[in-house]
Design a protein around this ligand. Structure first.
Ligand SMILES: Nc1ncnc2c1ncn2[C@@H]1O[C@H](COP(=O)(O)OP(=O)(O)O)[C@@H](O)[C@H]1O
Ligand SMILES: [Mg+2]
Length: 500
């Protein structure tokens, strides 16, 4: 349901206290204003700087200047106001933690029940203390949808119609593209970006809009744009996983939709540390030609309790507004470490944020492909692994002999050495149990050796360096065999390891 429709219904149904979550005061207030006109209510807005506008005539209580702080005074005014009124109180997220505010709101909830009077609190974030959960109805006033953006575009087009300098002709396709790319911005942001594009390029430029969106992603602080820096060919081994990805290369196109293919939901990569999970994750977006966003799960858990949920919802909505795209969360288990009774009590915040995330994974309709990686499956909540969340869970094991050769070749080539000049079979055999990260370390270490001796890199440098490094897997033998056994039942292998 559209939020303005929901607001109208709640006002009609005499819900006493609403909390509207939105960054867009102007847009919310203009919607509330038209609802009030329609329902014959008088609307009063309050902010700390402007007080109550228009002023309210009280039905009782003192006329003397009040000793209450302004926000409490605003609530007191609402308490004594006549019926058929709607009060919109701005920035109330700041005051929700004050116990006096809580108390007054609970009193107000009782007082307003059954009366044709609505108290509407407003703020960009939701901070509802538990004692108000039953009293306050939360309305998420989402970002403008396609039809609203279209209306705004229409308005802007009209104002520049007679300007000979501006090319305001748009084909239907261009129009659709502009509306699509402006999704995820607030109405104010959309207006500014349209204006900026017209000033800079004298026409509507989709790139200008996309630039603005990058800004938004940066400002949100929860997501970052990740440049496409690696390709599938930079990853050694994992043939089966690569094949799976290649098969889905065009699956985000309209052609695929018409063919009856649903957009892929996501993959989870589990495995031994240093074997290229993060590297592969970074390559997926490049392979599929989609923008890549990285979500820092740690940052989503903001410092303020109660904001985390909001952060998660915001991160999700920013990602959806950029769809089709890939969303990468690295070392997923770390973000949700507070779950599962590890003794850390955060008042259920982790659990709620986690639930928000799971629900989204299950029900998302926007083509956002989730790429998650995890090293430690014991810290991963079991719900995460249930069917329907990811399309597939892949296990990334230590590379076998063929794969090690390939990884050596990749890293030699990366450092401008010709792999054909080395016997990679021999170093591959020498490095059983080494991860991709350790193989890279060997190549770099060998280069140091050669450089110190003042000559070109030789086979012996690679062999000596291999012997000098003790692979992590030797110390973690037990953990790795446990993980393999665990993975065998629950995951798909990323390669058909033929040997060791
Ligand atoms: N299969 C591989 N192919 C090529 N390089 C690899 C591979 N595995 C690891 N590496 C090298 O090691 C680095 C660290 O690996 P990473 O992707 O962070 O491992 P993980 O995320 O599985 O712990 C990579 O950036 C890459 O340089
Ligand atoms: Mg990693």
């Amino acid at each position: 349901m559209k939020p303005e429709r929901e607001l109208e219904i709640l006002i009609r149904a005499k819900y006493p206290i609403l909390f509207v979550v939105s960054w867009e005061e102007r847009r919310v207030e203009s919607e509330v204003k038209s609802i009030c006109e329609k329902l014959n209510r008088s609307m009063h807005t309050w902010s700390i700087t402007q007080g109550m506008r228009p002023a309210v005539t009280r039905t009782s209580g003192p006329d003397k200047p009040s000793a209450l702080s302004p926000e409490l005074e605003a609530l007191a005014l609402a308490h004594e106001a006549p019926e058929y009124t709607v009060f919109v109180l701005r920035d109330f997220h700041h005051y929700m933690k004050d116990p006096r505010v809580s108390r007054l709101l609970r009193d107000l909830g009782q007082r307003l029940r059954g009366r044709s009077q609505t108290l509407m609190l407003m703020g960009p974030v939701l901070t509802l203390p538990p004692d108000l959960e039953k009293e306050v109805t939360v309305v998420d006033f989402g970002l403008p949808g396609a039809d609203e953006i279209e209306k705004k575009l229409e308005q802007v087009l009209e104002t520049v119609q007679d300007n000979p300098k501006i090319d305001a002709t748009l084909t239907d396709e261009q129009r659709e593209l502009i509306v699509k790319s402006a999704q995820g911005l607030t109405l104010d942001e959309i207006e500014s970006v349209f204006a900026r594009s017209l000033v800079e390029t004298h026409r509507f430029d989709v790139n200008a809009i996309l630039e603005e969106k990058k800004q938004i992603v940066r400002k949100s602080g929860l997501l970052e744009y990740y440049p496409a820096e690696s390709k599938l060919k930079d990853v050694g081994g994992m043939e089966m996983l690569k094949e799976w990805l290649e098969q889905r290369t065009s699956s985000f196109t309209d052609r695929a939709r018409d063919f009856g293919i649903p957009a892929p939901k996501g993959v989870l990569l589990i495995g031994v540390q240093g074997c290229g999970k993060s590297l592969l994750a970074k390559a997926i977006a490049a392979q599929w030609n989609l923008p890549m966003l990285k979500m820092d799960v740690g940052r989503v858990f903001g410092s303020l309790v109660g904001q985390s949920e909001q952060n998660m919802r915001k991160a999700i909505s920013v990602a959806e507004s950029l769809a089709p795209c890939c969303l990468w969360t690295d070392e997923l288990e770390k973000g949700f470490a507070g779950l599962g009774g590890s003794g850390v009590s955060d008042g259920g915040t982790t659990a709620r944020v986690f639930a928000t995330f799971l629900t989204w994974m299950q029900e998302k309709t926007e083509p956002v492909f989730l790429i998650a990686t995890a090293n430690d499956v014991t810290k991963l909540p079991p719900e995460m692994l249930r069917k329907g969340r990811f399309d597939e869970i892949f296990f990334v094991d230590l590379p076998d002999l063929d794969e090690r050769e390939e990884i050596f070749a990749i890293h030699l080539r990366k450092r401008k050495r010709d792999p054909a000049l080395f016997d990679l079979r021999a170093v591959g055999a020498e490095t059983k149990g080494y991860s991709g990260a350790e193989i890279e370390q060997i190549v770099v270490g060998a280069l140091y050796r050669a450089f110190a001796k003042g000559r070109e890199l030789e086979q012996t440098d690679l062999l000596e360096e291999s012997r000098a490094i003790v692979p992590l897997s030797r110390m973690m033998e037990e953990e790795i065999s446990w993980l393999r056994a665990w993975a065998e039942k629950r995951t798909r292998p990323s390669s058909d390891r033929k040997g060791d």
